[in-house]
Ligand binder design. Sequence first.
Ligand SMILES: [Mn+2]
Length: 321
Amino acid sequence: MDELGRAAEVLARAPSVALACHVNPDPDALGSMLGLAAFLHARLGTTVVCSWGNQPLAPPAWIEPLVDARWIVEAKAFPRTPEVMVCLDTASSDRLGDLSAQLARAGEVIVIDHHKTNPGFGSILVLDPAASSTAELVVRLVERMGGELTDEAAALLYAGIVTDTGRFQYEATTPETLRVAALLRARSFDHARLAQALFEQSSVGYLRLLGVALGRIQLDPAANLVWTYLTQTDLSSSGVDITETDDLIDVVRTASGADVSCVLKQQRDGRFKVSLRSRGATDVGAIALANGGGGHRLAAGYTSETGLEDSVNAIVQALTA
Ligand SMILES: [Mn+2]
């Protein structure tokens, strides 16, 4: 049997399922995890528990109307020895953060992911790098299992697809992606409000900080690179949390003057979180992988141990090699 079929079979039999996604979850991680949880709970009465390896957890506002708050627990309350554990949108086991220790103790570990750089882990691996999003894979799984999605589950999965495809714009958007999205949109949820909650939630402080980041943008034509950065001082003086700056890279990537765009953001521990995007000509996933990170061919990232200058130099070197 194929891996999707095995996953469907295990989930159909499990009275309780523990679901996890990667640390600092994006809407695809959260949407695929919570969407699957919502489906299992509604369809089979499965006891579901969901978490990710950040402590404390800070669930984003957009999920609030869509989930039962009791499903989400802190990592320390996650089952120590789950019979069935599902890891969603998690490109490698260390991306589970505090939850990675549970892998060795879990009975069955189902990994559902679409990251090309995923080395493969778990006992059942549903990995399709051609899929637009992990949420798209969850819909395939749901179709295999059979049964209806609730409106909330559909909204959660739709959120994963609409964000990971850049609102159906990126290369990975296939006819299958649109079929799946249409299937979800057929359920009754307010997609316009959901999109607003996902894409139009900037604080004025963030917009000012965006101005700072865009003001210091650098173009390196030889490396075909456009880049900028934010420091902890920038963040603290503007009162903006780093999680609010996720779409900075989406503004920088619109620059037509370079194929590769990069944003370096200093974290609390001083290290720089590096986000890379390519307009199509460069495999930035390879650069991220070489630096201990991962992702996709055109969108990837890693955490840099070196300072800002050395981090940028290393990227320039990789691009001009
Ligand atoms: Mn994803």
